[in-house]
Design a protein around this ligand. Sequence first.
Ligand SMILES: Cc1cc2nc3c(=O)[nH]c(=O)nc-3n(C[C@H](O)[C@H](O)[C@H](O)COP(=O)(O)OP(=O)(O)OC[C@H]3O[C@@H](n4cnc5c(N)ncnc54)[C@H](O)[C@@H]3O)c2cc1C
Length: 358
Amino acid sequence: MKRGEVIVYGAGMSGMVAAWNLAREGFRVVVREKEDSFGGSRTFNPSTHVTPLDLQATSEYVGMDITPAFHRVESISLYLHRLRVPLPAAGAYAVERSSRPSGLDALLYVRCLEAGVEFEFGRPLRREELESLPQGTIIACGLNPEAYQYLGIPSLVWEGWMSRGESEREGYAWIWLDESITEYGYASFCNGLYYNLLFSYGRSVDREALRRYREFMLAAEDTDHEDWEYVKGVVPLAVPDNPHLFHNGFILCGTISGAMDPLMGFGISGALVSGKVAAMAVTEPERAEEEFSRFTRNFAAVHRFKHHVWYKLRSRVDLLEGLAETLGPELSLRLLAEGIRRGRKSSAIPGFSPVSCH
Ligand SMILES: Cc1cc2nc3c(=O)[nH]c(=O)nc-3n(C[C@H](O)[C@H](O)[C@H](O)COP(=O)(O)OP(=O)(O)OC[C@H]3O[C@@H](n4cnc5c(N)ncnc54)[C@H](O)[C@@H]3O)c2cc1C
């Protein structure tokens, strides 16, 4: 017997995890998606993402075996300008976001259909329908600015240059730090695809920054990607107390809830976990609130660290470069590995083993 109906807006990672969990509990679940089919936002996908993830523990927490969609990353290079510091890649995975059978979205979509979830494609959230939506409607619209505007959720604009296409490289990623951007340039490779993004928060990224990045790529990675597009999105990372599960009678899910690592912007893990928490919020709101707080409890501290320490270091990549050169690659790597180990142990940040860090 059906327990009632739940509407979910957004057939992305978090929305489909929430929908699948609710359908299995006996709810009639209708997912309304802006795009014409599954596969996430066409502005950004097909794409490949890299994330630190406790794959087993996350699978267990969300209740679904997501392991077939994730592929181990063999190596990651951090570049301070052109100085390469190899990063520890243990625990990092690449995943494809697309409607292809190899994408995570296809895995989630098939599971949802099997559980009886109904989909309405080409059906965006509309401002004028907000008041008539039932309490407990789940909003999982990712990085799309309209949902933030309609719901009055503070957000921070990010923008930059994106290139994507086919590649023979696999299981590799790089991150590039340079003063011309506030965040980073990064490329990841998986399932015969690459995805490359050079972005800043709160300011535009000019063509000169892109020229520098491409010059770096050629010199350090012997790679030139073409067909760069300028893209924009929003994240709710502007305000330290931003993560929210409940908002004016709605349940927030995925990026829009703020379940996204505030330092680097890793969102995969947080989206998956928050999909489960959003489903829990329908039946056990108090428990869901506790879980949500548990996963995001260090966000305010990380936010402060980012603004008061990281951005100061980040604005002088030449100093970081000099330090890494003085210490040498081995010691730099050891220090980085230790920092990451401690971060994972003490942190509840999605992206840093959220479900096994306690
Ligand atoms: C360019 C880019 C690169 C990224 N790289 C990484 C990375 O390497 N590693 C990492 O961990 N994280 C990365 N992230 C973050 C991560 O992808 C997100 O945090 C994650 O996708 C969030 O999942 P979600 O369910 O919130 O949103 P999504 O999976 O994006 O799903 C949102 C869905 O809602 C739909 N939608 C949007 N607006 C509406 C509307 N108005 N009505 C109905 N449906 C709507 C969209 O079409 C989409 O299908 C990246 C994000 C972007 C944009």
